[in-house]
Design a protein around this ligand. Sequence first.
Ligand code: BES
Ligand code: ZN
Ligand code: ZN
Length: 494
Amino acid sequence: MFHVQQTYKIVSSDIVIIPVFQEKELISSEIQKKFSGLESVFCSIKKNEDFEGKYGEVAYYHTAIPKYPRVLFVGMGKREETNNEIFRRIGGIVRKKCVAFKVADASFVLFDTMCKDAAIPLLQGFLLASYAYDRYRNRTKKHTKAFKSLYFITLHAPTQEEKNKIRETLHVIEGVFIARNLVNTPANDLTPQIFAKETQRFKKMKRMKVTVIDEKKLKKLGAGAILGVGQGSKHPPLFVILEYRSKKKNAKTIGLVGKGITFDSGGIHLKPVGHIETMKMDMSGAASVFGLFHILSKEELPVNIVAVMVIAENAIGPSSIRPGDVIKSYDGQTIEVTNTDAEGRLVVADALSYLQDRYKNLDAIVDIATLTGGCIVALGYDITGLLTNSEDLHRQLQAASEKTGEKIWQLPLDKDLLKTVKGEFTDLQNFTRNVKAMAIMGGAFLHAFIKNNIKWAHLDIAGTAWAETNQEYKSRGATGCPVRLMWEFLKVYR
Ligand code: BES
Ligand code: ZN
Ligand code: ZN
């Protein structure tokens, strides 16, 4: 990550970025006073009829002043219509312009009367848009000029709180990038064993504990659901338990579960062309937990966390689990595997049971899983599905969602649909024909593993963990969703 600093002194930089609302007169006094010598540029932008300050519009000028040789005006749209998400997107747009103009440093002008609270979302968008996955580029490296420094120019000297927020934002986005890198890594270079090895870095961090439960131990524990899913792969399944102990006395403990299928072939219910190609992303839930722990290694939280990353490969082969096979989950329920491609709910179920069995003091559990294609049909690629038994958790996650722009929408844990996962001759089955509410059925299956009404929320990120198109601050591939949302959620959890 590059250097980010808020300052009231003008620093020399390759480009000065000046946000302009559609009510153009707002560029006037303060900025003009501060940037002496730019009178002619301000005069031109006011006269420029092609630039109205509409959202995303840009106008670019060269100047004769060495300290700020280039000026970019960026349209913010109507002032009353702006919000944090607009700022985030503008940040992304500006970042892409910086690449196009090959600049190494930029000064973003933020005057108190213009957009006081915009710095953080602008920074988030700018940083998020800086991501590129180039691990495998050898001969085709993109020769983009390295970006070095971003300055926010404000009228006042930065307060400690503002500095803290910038530092935190950098750490959060690092966490997002780590999640994105893991998700983008192909399954041949991210087997369950490699994943477990990567988590060892948390061993040397303060207040953290890492435990790997390998296949042998899973057998001892009787975690038959994850074992069944993983049995077809030559890379055996495992749990990684990450624990964080807060400094805060009497802090509550939250349980997290991340689905980590390193590749989902569908198993014997093999996925068809068009659906299988991106299935290295089926470990996005576990990757987001990993990203969260990275942030935690740099920033403190007022809650304790116990996270189970449940890692396996859903492979097809002679020892794969068969449709119709019956397995026994960690908590002793029998499950007929009616569809080998509905493997996510099986592995997550065992992790949920393990958490509740081993940690009796959990205040709430949130699982994060790329669980169903049906969630994409219901909510598309920009909205995470939420299923929960707790109105509290719904409210708290919704608040975090509004802060971060990572949208969520609640789907009902309808009583009749809860019944659909009952087995014909077993306790449960993992898929029932003719039930079309796929995302809800997935949630209903997980619900069958929630004991004593503990507060639980399930985030179905099948659509949101992966972007099919380039957007302002998302690029095709892994999005790192919902790291930012979960961080906001945990930060205020009491
Ligand atoms: N990993 C998939 C869900 C998925 C689909 C994630 C598309 C991301 C993009 C999951 O394991 C799966 O295959 N679910 C099936 C369940 C069905 C067989 C009940 C689905 O949604 O089609
Ligand atoms: Zn599947
Ligand atoms: Zn899956």
